[in-house]
Design a protein around this ligand. Structure first.
Ligand code: ADP
Ligand code: ADP
Ligand code: ZN
Length: 224
């Protein structure tokens, strides 16, 4: 798809488990834009035991948000890389109004705006089921689900042969806290992006391919 005319920054909105990472990865491949996932960057820092990873660990284990200042610095750093000059698919960031404002300011400084903020609407019961069965590749971060999107060989990534694991924060108690945090701190972003005229609501309670088709139509509409 040709989106070369202007930078395309899109923000995946939705509860934990709504499918943001799954869809962001596919959009990134189709559109040729980098996927910028704050959760993936935090997990990479955890694996490498960096100071940022050590700071983030407690918050992530409890299902709370990592403080805005460190999160904003981390994502802005990533967005300042040359590969993001033509845009990016953001997944998991922003998650607070302060993060959304910081992103807006950084983009405005380059005379750019967020083009599109798709909200993946999925019922609370469904997201709990999705997170309970989620499996992630240790090596390439590809996403699977034991029932809805299983790998060809159990426990093995189709794309790279890596080992699949279950995230510690996908345990039921942490999931409930993450949902609570979502409604308290992140859900206001729906109104924020509506007010900026870029919100597109998508029924995320459908098969992955159907959701992707709607997302691609929304991108096309936003790129003309
Ligand atoms: P999910 O998509 O399942 O909700 P993520 O992988 O996006 O989870 O995030 C995992 C954890 O990383 C969050 O629960 C939070 O602790 C931390 N995190 C990720 N992105 C942010 C952010 N933008 N602001 C604060 N914390 C974040
Ligand atoms: P998020 O990034 O919003 O937390 P993920 O993309 O990680 O969500 O998806 C959560 C889980 O749900 C994963 O196991 C994924 O394979 C599965 N999943 C994603 N989209 C769908 C869908 N449309 N239908 C069923 N399962 C899905
Ligand atoms: Zn893999």
């Amino acid at each position: 798809m040709d989106t070369s005319s202007k930078p395309l920054f899109m923000i995946m909105l939705g509860a934990p488990g709504a499918g943001k990472g799954t869809q962001a990865r596919m959009l990134s491949e189709v559109l040729g834009l980098p996927q910028v996932s704050s959760g993936d960057i935090f997990r990479e820092n955890l694996r490498n035991a960096t100071p940022l990873g050590r700071l983030a660990k407690g918050y992530m284990d409890r299902g709370e948000l990592v403080p805005d200042d460190v999160t904003i610095d981390m994502v802005m750093d990533r967005l300042s890389c040359p590969d993001c000059a033509g845009g990016a698919v953001l997944d998991g960031f922003p998650r607070t109004l302060a993060q959304a404002d910081a992103l807006r300011q950084a983009l405005v400084a380059q005379d750019v705006r967020v083009s599109l903020a798709p909200l993946l609407e999925v019922s609370d019961d469904a997201v709990i089921g999705r997170l309970a069965g989620r499996r992630v590749c240790r090596d390439c971060q590809a996403m699977y689900h034991v029932v809805f999107s299983p790998p060809k060989v159990e426990g093995v990534c189709d794309k790279c042969g890596g080992q699949l694991y279950r995230r510690a924060d996908d345990e039921p108690d942490t999931v409930r806290n993450r949902l609570f945090v979502y409604y308290k701190q992140t859900a206001p972003l729906v109104g924020y992006y509506f007010a900026h005229g870029v919100l597109v609501t998508i029924d995320g309670d459908r098969p992955i391919a159907a959701v992707q088709a709607d997302l691609l139509s929304a991108v096309q509409a936003a790129s003309v």
